[in-house]
Design a protein. Structure first.
Length: 301
């Protein structure tokens, strides 16, 4: 089924822009502060000694920085003469490359994909964190998104097969090792409703669950496990219905598919001793039996 193109709410984008700009300013703040001090200080000196307005002096300083000044060199004011020589050199060598880089990175998000995704993730609250975007993880993400829940994903590399699909679903993708506290914090573990560890590795998933619980003891943690025995043992630590063996969940469906075509899924219930089959039946109005569930089940078996 084709999904409707999802969009980020305007408020979230604005907040992410502010957070991203704050991060970028933090990276360039030394250069930006020095640039502003030179610009404002030089403009103040020009306004004082050339008897001009401060806005005009600011403009004059920009012209000096851009090598666009055509005024004659002042012979009577040695400080001003030095300023005319030093400012263009400092601007070209030290400031302009960094200031231009700051402006480019502020507007071109594709040059800072990881930082922009972190800024988007920082705007989420009450979301689900899905660690790993393999074939299981991307299905979990898709189901949650389709159900209307906010999701943030964590991956250890951008080259993953399903990363583009997650971005298309407007799911922020945080780059890093989900076992690290700093990475889980960037994904918003302190504000999230649950963490799903869906990496193909039982021990990795356990480490993610332990780290998440260490940061926030009451958060709901769901772990993917291959071993059914490990599944049962881990639930003693993380709680009932927190660890799921993918092989145990898939096996009943495979078995049912060999003997019946009409069953879509088979789910274990309780301790796994009972199974519930899920099927899709399309009925036309004249085919409907008496309005009782038992009659419907009996007619369509």
């Amino acid at each position: 089924m084709k999904r409707t193109q999802r969009r980020y709410p305007i408020g979230r984008l604005v907040l992410a822009e502010i957070l991203d700009l704050a991060t970028l300013i933090g990276e360039f703040y030394r250069v930006l502060v020095a640039f502003c001090l030179l610009w404002l200080g030089g403009a103040a000196y020009l306004a004082l000694h050339l008897a001009t307005s401060f806005p005009a002096a600011l403009y004059q300083m920009l012209r000096l920085m851009a090598f666009q000044n055509s005024d004659p060199l002042p012979a009577s004011d040695h400080v001003l003469a030095v300023l005319y020589f030093v400012v263009p050199v400092l601007a070209v060598v030290l400031f302009m490359p960094n200031v231009l880089s700051f402006g480019r990175q502020a507007f071109e998000k594709n040059t800072r994909v990881a930082d922009w995704q972190n800024a988007l993730a920082a705007t989420y609250r009450g979301h689900v964190i899905v660690c790993g975007l393999g074939r299981v993880g991307i299905r979990v993400v898709s189901r949650l998104v389709d159900a209307g829940y906010d999701v943030v994903a964590i991956v250890d590399r951008w080259e993953g097969e399903f990363v583009p699909l997650a971005l298309e679903l407007r799911v922020p993708v945080v780059l890093g090792d989900a076992r690290e506290r700093a990475v889980l914090r960037r994904a918003g573990v302190l504000r999230a409703r649950a963490v799903v560890a869906a990496i193909d590795g039982d021990l990795l998933d356990v480490e993610i669950g332990i780290t998440a619980r260490a940061l926030r003891p009451r958060i709901r943690v769901l772990l993917r496990a291959f071993s059914e025995e490990l599944d049962r043992n881990l639930e003693r630590t993380f709680g009932l219905d927190t660890v799921f063996s993918t092989s145990a969940l898939a096996a009943p469906t495979f078995a049912a598919a060999t003997v019946a075509r009409g069953i879509d899924y088979v789910l274990p219930v309780g301790n796994g001793a009972e199974l519930v089959g899920v099927a899709t039946v399309t009925l036309l109005a004249p085919q409907l039996p008496a309005p009782h569930l038992a009659a419907l089940e009996e007619r369509f078996e």
